[in-house]
Design a protein around this ligand. Structure first.
Ligand SMILES: [Zn+2]
Length: 370
């Protein structure tokens, strides 16, 4: 057992604060959370830092990591549309693409992101590229696409299909993908309403979750809320591409998570995603009551729920998968501190389980326990 002591701990779904408490971890699972000093030996002193669940990047395209900010002043269509700059980049040497993917995965870990979902282009070849780059400890959900390959062969190698646009394939191909995903119990996800409202056309194929919803009309949003369709939002990428900002009402009405989207367009930093989303949404909506907890939930525990991964809420019996931030003085609100004061350099350590097989590992810097 390993015990992390002397920390402000954000427990449960609502990040209820336990001050100066400890978390005991055994076999990759949280065994006990307590107030005050720990009754156990073998402890790691967090020196009054803050502990919160680790981040999930619920939507990313790692394949274009090798072309960061290329074409930044071109239209969304020219950058990431069918036959756009992105797809020229993806024709690059496979070794170069794998190296870029590997670098982004390492970067995400450094930033406290312990799980991610990648929309992988390039059919079976694309799936093999990312698999080669995955370290043993990554919790990755890979959504491929056929791109000329047999659908069942694609699904054998990944966790489902991520469709770039309802316009990317003829309706009969999309229907076939949908049936194959259901048959194989794999995910089907779509980019939807990124530029214009295509919600009804996308829903014909019964997706498990949607990405973006940036330009969904009122009627489409009502249907999303009624059917509780999980949504992955990518506000910084949408803004960078000049596509708009998603509606604040999504957070209140359905399961909502964040993704940083194309590495070509946006950085992999979830702290930046949270700060941008929180302030842009409050500014545009003029809703000063919009709660930061919604933003922190979308960056941490919600992504795992959408992706069917083990829950990393900080509670007894849940997996040990959390970030330890260094202490900052004069903080009144740890949730807001994480959203808009902490930097990636304030991450002192990450605790996460290895492939959920019952061991946990501690990745910390040397300062802890000094
Ligand atoms: Zn995307």
């Amino acid at each position: 057992m390993r015990v992390f002591t002397n920390a402000t701990i954000l427990c449960g779904e609502d990040f209820e604060t336990v001050k100066n408490g400890y978390i005991a971890v055994k076999d990759g699972v949280i065994k006990e959370i307590g107030e005050g000093s720990s009754p156990y030996k073998n402890t790691v002193d967090c020196k009054r830092g803050t502990i919160c669940p680790a981040f999930t990047n619920a939507h990313v395209h790692l394949g274009d990591s090798i072309a960061q900010d290329i074409g930044a002043y071109e239209s969304i269509k020219k950058r990431v549309g069918k036959d756009g700059i992105k797809f020229e980049v993806l024709k690059s040497d496979s070794r170069k693409i794998c190296k870029g993917i590997g670098r982004s995965i390492r970067e995400m870990r450094k930033y406290g992101i312990t799980a991610f979902c990648d929309f992988r282009e390039g059919g079976i070849k694309g799936i093999e590229q990312i698999k080669k780059s995955l370290p043993e400890t990554s919790s990755a959900v890979i959504l491929g696409r056929p791109d000329g390959d047999d659908i069942d062969s694609v699904l054998e190698r990944c966790d489902g299909i991520g469709v770039s646009s309802v316009n990317s394939y003829p309706p009969e191909d999309l229907e076939q993908m949908s049936r194959a995903c259901k048959r194989n119990k794999k995910f089907l996800a779509f980019h939807s309403c990124e530029v214009k409202d295509d919600f009804d056309r996308v829903m014909k194929y019964r997706p498990d979750f949607l990405v973006h919803l940036t330009n969904a009309g009122e009627e489409s949003l009502e249907k999303v809320f009624k059917d509780k369709i999980p949504i992955i939002l990518c506000p910084r990428a949408n803004a960078m591409l000049g596509a708009g900002i998603p509606d604040i009402s999504i957070f209140e009405n359905t399961l909502t998570a964040f993704g940083t989207d194309n590495v070509m367009v946006n950085s992999l930093n979830m702290l930046r995603e949270m700060e941008f989303a929180f302030k842009a949404l409050r500014g545009i909506s003029r809703d000063y009551k919009f709660d930061g907890k919604k933003i922190l939930q979308a960056a941490t525990i919600n992504g795992r729920r959408v992706l069917g991964l083990p829950d990393n809420t900080i509670e007894d019996g849940k997996i040990a998968d959390f970030i330890i931030f260094r202490r900052r003085e004069y903080l009144y609100n740890p949730v807001l501190a994480i959203i808009h004061r902490y930097e990636t350099g304030d991450i002192r350590g990450i605790v996460n389980v290895q492939k959920y097989i019952g061991t946990h590992r501690w990745v910390g810097d040397r300062r802890i326990g000094d």
